[in-house]
Design a protein. Sequence first.
Lengths: 463, 330
Amino acid sequence: MDDYVLIDRLQFTLTVTFHYLFPILTMGLALFVAYAKSVAYLGRPGRRLRLLRRTAAEREHHEALARFWAKIFAVNFAFGVVTGIPLEFQFGTNWAAFSNYAGGVIGTTLAMEGMFAFFAESVFVGIFLFASGRVSPRLHWMSALMVFAGSWLSAWFIVATNAWMQHPVGYTGSGGNVEMESFWALMTNPWLPWQYLHTVVGAATTGAFVIAALGAFYLLMDRHGEIAKASLRIGVVAALILTLLQIFPTGDRSAHAVAVRQPPAFAAMEGMFESQEGAPLVIIGNPDTEQRRLESVVEMPKLLSFLTSQRWNQRLTGLDDIPEDRWPDSVALVYYAYHIMVGLGTLLLVVAAAAAVLLWRGGLYSSRPMLWTLMLAWPFTYIANIAGWITAETGRQPWVAYGLLRTQNGASPVTSVPAGTAVFTLLGFAGLYVLLGILFVLFMVRIVSRGPDDRTLATAGSR
Amino acid sequence: VETLWFSFLAFMITMYVVLDGLDLGIGALHLLLARTDAERDEAAGAIGPIWNGNEVWLIAAGGVLFMIFPKVYAAAFSGLYLGLILALWLLVGRGLGLELRHQLDNPLWRQGCDAVFALSSAGLAFVFGVALGNVVRGVPLNRDGYFHLPLFDILNWYAVLIGVFGMTVLAMHGAGFLALRTTGALADRAGRWARALWWPSAALFVGLIAPTYEVRAGMFTNLRDHPWRLIFPLIAVTALAAAFALQRRGAWARAFVSTSLFIAGLLAAAAAGLYPRVLPAYENRPYSLTIDNGIAGETVLKTALIWWPLAVLLACSYFGFAYRMLFRAR
């Protein structure tokens, strides 16, 4: 346990993974709260927006749903905020050498996230949650939109930061440190748009499955009939659209970027130990890095070559053609994370499609097996989201800034942060986060069991 | 341009201390000042919708520090490692204590949350003071631009004194805000606390001049050599005197402005005294990180000069809007 870089990595893995559980739902729910508020506010018959037009009863349901989701959002947001602050500061505390090296570039995107996204998000969350009923409906609706815009904008800047680490662009210098050469290049990083869309659509998918699950749960419990149906309906339709988008084009394009720009990561993701023409797509298989082969393989012949290049016999680079010091430090982790993400994504699409068919045929509300499935499907969206990030981050190894700075050289000097000190804070974070996780689950269970009828408001001092 | 960015950063940190300082001050006094559950609810409600926005000034200032002075960011945060992580944990406790207390209608739960909220807030006010104290005193930077301070060296006598000073001033600041924002017995008690805390604040202010001279005489010669910079300590002194009079007249809105100006004047005086150093080494030692050797590249500075003022303008308009609404909704 005296490898200080390993400790720093473990601490960042723990804190970033735990933190990201919350923004997934923040971004996902913000979208649906904004949608429901828009329907409730803009859906009156006199308005021009025909798409949002609803009957009075339906608008009432949307308002009730927005109010209910906002309660979940409030707790989730608070946890996201308090677990998010340690991340920004850990760049300095645990990754000082990396900060020193790359701060001249990624400092800008991180600063912009705070300045443009967090101010808007936090102030309007305050207005939205605190001032419900005390401000005009118009302002309340607009603050819901601002919360949505703020949270999705913050994702843009943080993914822009990550995209630079995955595929550095727009910088000069290489020895001691890098400096930004063109801000425009940073914003038009070819890696960025698809990674961003894949990230936010993933978050929105979680939002859709969560509200579908809430609807399914209340229907199975025979509570809140019409509101539960509305929740289920919105969730299922959105889930179908979003899971489709998640696979094509955003997932496909993201994988393509990895294939072109990070061949070692791509080979590890696909478990491709040998370069080959007409490479098969591995559906199931266990990688054995020692023997450099896959065991127990189920594969689709030539499909990987086709998906990557639209040519069945295209030659793809395997790990054997890449020097081992450029391999990700755990091929198996990259492989499994990627396959878990893709596998779950496909299954979730099947679930969403089946539910949508039932909805269309009018049988969804009474199909108990489908309601059960929907009620239990949402955790897998979290797993898929996290697995996707594990793929991206472990696939990038051994680099912290791809091709420029190795992770080994990015940690704070051991003279500044001794391994023992880092072990202490790692343990501290672990203990603190176990406690936070328990509290979060308790409060979620409580909010959900009280349901949409509960009229208490969602923020401090509003009793 | 470097000087401009030094001032912008000082401005953001000042905004943070003034705004979140009132949350921390109210938090630090939470258990002493608000006695009953209803009063504590009212006190928490006074900052409920704004604390998070206030905290964003810290995050944004951290981001701007990272962008403009990456070397300072890297050196300070790794060198003060345990102090920083402690502050992060306290921030978690403060935020959740405040946000979760109303989620369960159970007296024990609320008392627990109140205690976590109060202790974390007091701790934060102290830790931020300690951080400022260490920056003023200087740190043992080495040739590579790093240093290491073990926890008990972070808590050196001077930094601890500044920590206590910070806690006192922020408590006075917060109590004044509470007197303004609440009514009845709670407001009266908050007013009494604010008036009482004026005395130790003033005493520590005067008392800390000599120790500051002891650890960093350069600060005083720096101010003497550029007399216009004396305006900052002058603002602080005037504002402190004004706060005394206004607190006693019960003019809490203006008293709050005065304590805000007092804090701003102090921080600006410290910044002006340290300038051009951003993270100084110990007095008379080399390797200080300054606005020249710690700064980011030219493109960053120029690009940011375009978007940063716009972002600050936007942020300030959100804040103006939210605070106005809050005061109207009373």
